[in-house]
Design a protein around this ligand. Sequence first.
Ligand code: NAP
Length: 281
Amino acid sequence: MTRATTAFTRHAGVIGAPVRHSLSPTLHNAAYEALDLDLVYGAYEVQPGDAGAALAGATALGFVGISVTTPHKDAIARASDDRTRRVELLGAANSVAIRDGKSLADSTDGEGLLDDLARSFGFDPSGARCAVLGAGGAARDVVLSFADAGAAQVVVVNRSASKAAAASELAGDRGRVGSLDELGDFDVVINATSIGLLPDREADEVARSFAANVRAGQLVVDLVYRPSRTLFLELASASGARTRNGLGMLVHQAARQVEFFTGLEAPIEVMWASVEREATS
Ligand code: NAP
């Protein structure tokens, strides 16, 4: 980033721990430069327990907004002055817009995924049968987004049954807990577990059990983007599924944050170009 800052420059940034791996500064700064805004975006390592103080500080400093990653999503949902319906339902936020000293929390991950699937495959979630593997924060956001977009069924498959039930409830009467052996019945299968993040023998076994149940022609997504091709995606692709990693979701959730913070249309192609070397799925 070569833009000079002045006494007029405004600020935004991502808080998390760890945060140094984050692509958010790359994505956001590319967008603000293309929009010709005097706005810079940084990355801030904030320790567990300090999220509320970080939000208060960002508000006092006149930040336009903050992005929020692990482990602060729940704390920021509580600490914000106001929150969208999505955040009320999820109990977690990945972004906060700050206007006139007031903070409004939102969650853009699931909608970012749907934006990417629409852009890359022309996928329309309305009436679709969707399976979500996992029931953590990302899975819950995806379940809610599919339901809000009119999916016919949203089935959650997860190691911990109680978390699966809680996540499936976000889809109301179109949600239920399911099992791996029915994965082939769905139009789209989203792996929202973290098994692809740090592959080891146990995670590889789980990936094989997931992939054994997908079929040719299905749309199969892994929310992980590092590595760009998880074992699950490799195996699903070998079965003839159409596959996608999580990089597009990352780009599009950031684009929604840019719009949330600035009120301007995000320059999506510029944002894609800023992380293009990662886009190998
Ligand atoms: P999380 O809240 O920690 O949830 C992790 C989920 O993975 C839980 O459902 C957990 O099951 C399941 N899991 C973990 N290890 C497992 C194993 N060995 N076998 C079976 N299930 C296992 O994490 P999260 O925040 O939802 O994130 C999930 C993934 O999405 C991560 O890989 C993250 O990097 C990715 N993500 C991507 C984006 C993007 O923009 N592309 C955005 C957000 C998240 P239990 O409930 O049984 O523990």
